[in-house]
Design a binder for this molecule. Structure first.
Ligand SMILES: Cc1ncc(COP(=O)(O)OP(=O)(O)O)c(N)n1
Ligand SMILES: Cc1ncsc1CCOP(=O)(O)O
Ligand SMILES: [Mg+2]
Length: 221
């Protein structure tokens, strides 16, 4: 079940780790307990072609070694070449139904911003939706305005069968309300990729969401 794999969904490209080796950062994040990884190669200095494929292969192999799904952002062809476990697309990245046909039963994630888009993603066969930016982010210059946690709550209430993740500005300190709103997980770039200690950062986010889940269980029993 993909829902169980979305808890701490780390996203990174080769340029998101500052001065550090991104593969070392990914391995530390895996040791810290991330549950899903997305290769998102964007922005200044983004690599492409053979270099990107080699980086993608190294990310994929690390994820495999830790039993964590490896998702590719935007690029269906790269995902298929790398034998990725799935693809994540946004509203401007093509038709979700067509991507579903191209990737077969691999994981399909779709970015959404309102209930109409959630409905369309579900109809196209999405396995999960990404909703955000929940909080202020510096990682996506073309992000929509901050939406807070309300769209996560609305999506969880209207489409309980479709798992969601919150994204944008999420840290261990503010992950709780995202999960409390009904999301199955949190997607994170900066709070892990630029942490002094990515392993500890990943572990702290995981502990924060597990604590929220425990509190919710206690509240309903
Ligand atoms: C899990 C997750 N949620 C949302 C996004 C954003 O996708 P998109 O809107 O297509 O923006 P880019 O990431 O392509 O810049 C995501 N990548 N992952
Ligand atoms: C890809 C994306 N989509 C919405 S916000 C965002 C960036 C999230 O990065 P960060 O965790 O650094 O805020
Ligand atoms: Mg995209």
């Amino acid at each position: 079940m993909i829902r169980e794999k979305l808890g701490v969904y780390f996203i990174m490209g080769s340029r998101n780790a500052g001065e550090r080796d991104p593969l070392e950062v990914l391995e530390e994040a895996l040791k810290g307990g991330i549950t899903c990884f997305q290769l998102r190669e964007k922005g200044p200095g983004a690599i492409e072609g053979r270099e990107l494929r080699a980086f993608g292969e190294a990310c994929r192999d690390l994820c495999r070694a830790y039993g964590v799904p490896f998702i590719v952002n935007d690029d269906v062809r790269l995902a298929l070449e790398l034998g990725a476990d799935g693809v994540h697309i946004g509203q401007d990245d093509g038709d979700a139904g067509e991507v579903r046909r191209l990737i077969g039963d691999r994981i399909l994630g779709v970015s959404v911003h309102n209930l109409d888009e959630v409905r369309e993603a579900a109809a196209a066969g999405a396995d999960y939706v990404g909703i955000g930016p929940v909080y202020q982010t510096t990682s996506k210059p073309d992000a929509r305005p901050v939406c807070g946690t309300l769209p996560l709550r609305e999506a969880a209430e209207a489409f309980p069968e479709l798992p969601s993740v919150g994204i944008g500005g999420i840290t261990a300190a503010n992950a709780g309300p995202v999960i409390a709103s009904g999301a199955s997980g949190v997607s994170v770039i900066t709070a892990i990729s630029l942490a002094d200690d990515p392993e500890r950062a990943a572990r702290e986010i995981r502990m924060a969401i597990e604590e929220t889940i425990r509190r919710r269980r206690r509240a309903v029993t």
